[in-house]
Write a protein that binds this ligand. Structure first.
Ligand code: NDP
Ligand code: ZN
Length: 363
């Protein structure tokens, strides 16, 4: 039997959500039913609720992919989780499990396979024709049902509200920082920049510092964020300060950009050493214009990175637990979500993550 649960539902692209009910699927043998406690508000939620990206968008939409909660019940074949466990769900809830990416443990890059053509199953705004055409609904709701293989464990002692953003913002920075060796001996020699100091940026700085990276610098348009960067152990570079940018030329090994809107990316390639990497994680709806000369002439790499694998997700939570890394959050009642979405669009979240307390949505 499917279950009727409360949710914050967007009917159209206005970016407004309303309290309504949705149906969750009947529990399958490998499913875990989760009572959602908290869900972070990611800028990707805003991009999709407002249909800002050139992707298919499906309405009604229930956003939210930074989900933490408690296991309510489990299907008969579930072995990994039991009722009462503290768990999390990130940006995807299944994948084809047989393409080359899935086989290599990089489910986030699932491209689908010949038998089941569709690729990654995003947690919301996803309708997969080869899997029965079911539309996925995310974490702005009181409960969700997910295959146990796409659920992670929240370590004991972690505050659930500040753990929620680790499920997207955290892993999205943990994955490229690890990929480029920041958590190895190499990191002790690296100079790393985190561009855009919002929800993802905050996690990038905290993770890079905790990994022991030699030097971490925030690149931001907002002078008001300098103090916060320095308090976290980072340097600060105001991106409008051309002289400061010139002084730092050819010095960064890696810059990860979390910027959520279009900007002149070419100004920042000059900051990289020869063979340095500029890694995009931010997804500006209107894209970026790249001057090939800035990349080619110093053998620099322009690279992108999407969230992280299921292993990355569990590693992020375990790493944060071991190093006391938490996300600074503002916890909100469900009735404040429309204001929070509008504030996020205007950058009024500062460096913080808005997180919804789902008990406020219970009838
Ligand atoms: P936030 O709004 O919290 O932070 C984004 C930051 O981008 C702002 O704080 C600001 O930093 C910077 N910024 C905003 N506008 C501009 C602009 N015009 N030019 C340059 N910088 C700008 O968003 P999130 O951290 O939640 O998300 C950031 C981006 O990452 C979004 O596009 C989101 O969709 C994407 N994303 C990508 C993922 C992936 O897997 N690759 C996963 C999750 C999110 P400052 O004021 O310091 O300059
Ligand atoms: Zn996200």
């Amino acid at each position: 039997m499917s279950r009727t649960v409360q949710a914050l539902v967007a009917a159209d692209t206005s970016g407004i959500v309303r309290n309504a009910t949705i149906e969750r699927r009947t529990t399958r043998s490998h499913d875990v039913d989760i009572e959602i406690k908290f869900c972070g508000i990611c800028h990707s939620d805003l991009h999709q609720l407002r249909a800002e990206w050139a992707i298919d968008n499906y309405f009604p939409m229930v956003a939210g992919h930074e989900i933490v909660g408690i296991v309510n019940s489990v299907g008969e074949a579930v072995t990994r989780y039991a009722v009462g466990d503290r768990v999390g769900v990130g940006c995807f809830v299944d994948s084809c499990r047989s393409c080359s990416s899935c086989k290599r443990g990089m489910e986030q890059y699932c491209g689908g396979c010949p038998e089941k053509k569709d690729g990654i199953h995003l947690t919301y705004n996803c309708k997969l024709k080869d899997y029965g055409g079911e539309l996925t609904f995310g974490g702005y709701s009181t409960a969700i049902t997910v295959d146990e293989n796409y659920v992670v464990r929240v370590p004991d002692g972690m505050e659930l509200s500040s753990a929620a953003p680790l499920l997207c913002a955290g892993v999205t920075l943990f994955s490229p920082l690890s990929h480029f060796g920041c958590n190895t001996l190499k990191g002790k020699e690296m100079k790393v920049g985190i561009q855009g100091f919002g929800g993802l940026g905050q996690m990038g700085v905290k993770l890079a510092v905790a990994m022991g990276v030699k030097s971490v610098t925030v690149l931001s348009r907002s002078a008001a964020k300098r103090k916060e960067a320095e308090a976290l152990g980072a340097q600060f570079l105001l991106t409008s300060d051309a002289a400061a940018l010139r002084r730092e030329a050819s010095s960064f090994d890696l810059i990860i950009s979390t910027a959520a809107a279009t900007y002149d990316v070419n100004r920042f390639f000059d900051l990289l050493v020869v063979d340095g990497h500029y890694c995009l994680v931010g997804l500006p709806p209107n894209g970026l214009h790249v001057n090939a000369f800035k990349i080619v002439t110093n053998r620099r790499s322009l690279v992108g990175s999407l969230i992280g694998s299921m292993k990355d997700l569990q590693d992020t939570l375990n790493f944060c637990s071991a190093h006391n890394v938490e996300c600074d959050v503002v916890v909100l009642e469900a009735s404040k979500v429309n204001v929070a979405l509008a504030d996020l669009a205007e950058g009024k979240n500062g460096t913080k993550r808005f997180v919804i307390d789902l008990k406020s949505l219970l009838p």
